[in-house]
Design a protein. Sequence first.
Length: 399
Amino acid sequence: MSQSTGKDTSQATATSSDQSQQNIPQATTSTTSVPPQSTEPTSLDQSATTTAGNHDYTQTENVDQSIAHQSDGDQDDHVEVDTHSDADSSWDDDDVSTASTSITSSMLNYTYENGRRYHAYQSGSYLLPNDEAEQQRLDLKHHVFKLILGGKLFCAPIDPNPQRILDIGTGTGLWAIECADEFASAEVTGTDLSPIQPGWVPPNCKFMIDDAENEWLFSNNRQFDLIHWRVLASSISDWPKLFSQAYTHVRPGGWVEAQEHEVHIESDDGTDLNAGDLQRFFGLIDEASVKNGKMMDEVAGNQKQWMIDAGFVDVHDQVYKVPIGRWPKDKRLKEIGMYYQAQCLDAVEPISMALFTRVLGYSFEEAQVMMVGPRNDMKNPLNHVYMKFHFVYGRKPEF
């Protein structure tokens, strides 16, 4: 990939404390400040009406809870299992791209397949549905990301009064909406292939239909203070190009943050070996996505290098172990695991159906059968499994 000449590469690699592997509840002390911990637990089906800033509207959630200390250094703490849990003994089943200037009828003509609704615009670019059930899952996953970060939306240390923020692949728009409320000084723009975002949003928030894989046509004289994206694995064919475009459109001194998770399970006690159906399921998902021209499992671990290669400096990769289920002993990690398990169970069908049927050639019935074992492995509290989440952020050098 070509790079602009004159980029500051003297700080291209982050400090030796990067590439952390963090247990959320018991990581070592770091330079990252930690917000106060909330003591109020939340129920799984909780929704709330929130007043954020000067704007009143209904959101999926407004929980703002902290996690324990974050580490930006190598550490190998294990996630401690709750051996006294009752669950252990049993378990139950304007200057925008041409594609975003207006919402045309072709963009609103959804397609329906195997009981799910999919977007029509650039239909081959994204193989997950966009129906109501999927939107609820995306909002639940947003809640999980916020719990991991102690209520924060991102890790990058941006200026306190940003002017322009961009959210790529905004989905339901919840991240962009909350960001607009938190930073009243900023114009927050969310882009996505599907026009599923709400119309009731803060006045400093707007959404556009656009394909992040095409050339971004935002004006170069109106660059962003922060560019953010989350969980775009299986959606992007050319990751170095995405980071290069982000470099072009973020202002000098501005930040880019990419939040992804690995697509396989691990454990600290070997119990991931008992979750063979789940391991095979994720392996098939990754295989099908690669056949479709878009890598999945390797994305999270490669983001840091892609960001460095694009010219960013002060690049950090904060990694967290996020459990599937309520098996951890730590109370807060148990709560995070509860929400993430619910999200994972809801995700089994939408993340696999189109890949299995369109790419691997399974029938609808065969695909459904393939989903039974993974769900059982997720629900079994004797499987002390987790997935690693990577929060990678870097700064464009000032010239």
